[in-house]
Design a protein. Sequence first.
Length: 259
Amino acid sequence: MATTVPCNGPPLSSVILLGVCLFTLAALPGCGTVKTTGTARTGTEQLLLTNAWDSALAKVDFRPLTGVPVYLDTTNVAAIDQGWVVSSLHQAMLTQGVLMRTKPEQAQWIVEARVGAYGTDAYNALVGLPQTTVPPTLPGVPAGTIPEMSLLKKSHQEGIAKLALFAYDRASGQLVWSSGTSMATSSAKDLYVGGVGPIQGGTIRGGTKFIGTKIPLPSDALGPGAAAGEKDKDRPAVPFAAAPIRSPDSASDYESFAP
């Protein structure tokens, strides 16, 4: 007599039905979205401006003001990154031993700062056919837009900063120090070859990148300052005015200053 042993697993028909359902779901089209936002100013623009400013400020020698109580007058410092510009001036002076005061009447000397340039320039170059719009007035030619077909495309954006400072004695009004004019630039470069890119470079990028991924180059072995040194060779040196001799103590009211 035959004995039937029950099976503990699911029926075969259920397994087949489940497989058909999974296959059907896998074949259906799907989509997903990620919400992204952007600031009014790009990070590239902000880096171009602040890096150029930092480079120009690094050339200023505040050591003639060391140990003297000074007040920084930023009335003529007009820049879109006002907070960064003014704060970096304070830091540079404090780092070099200048005694900062929060009120003019507490200072021996008044240091006045001014900004001559703080902005960006850009240019683009294209080897190939630019995007062209075909007008509907040409008979036999359908109207529309012919897309850009480039063999080589390059964009170059540059940040420029120019600043100058001078100091005068608060009591006598005599000029006691001048920084001269300091100017510096920063750059961001994007290159497309045959429509592939961007290959990114420039002083703000810290190396060459391909779509955000850094490309190791032989120049990287020379150190981080190699690329900057090459650029500095192409830039003329900016002359600085010699710091005048300090005014004699008798010409100031140093002893009467509040702490």
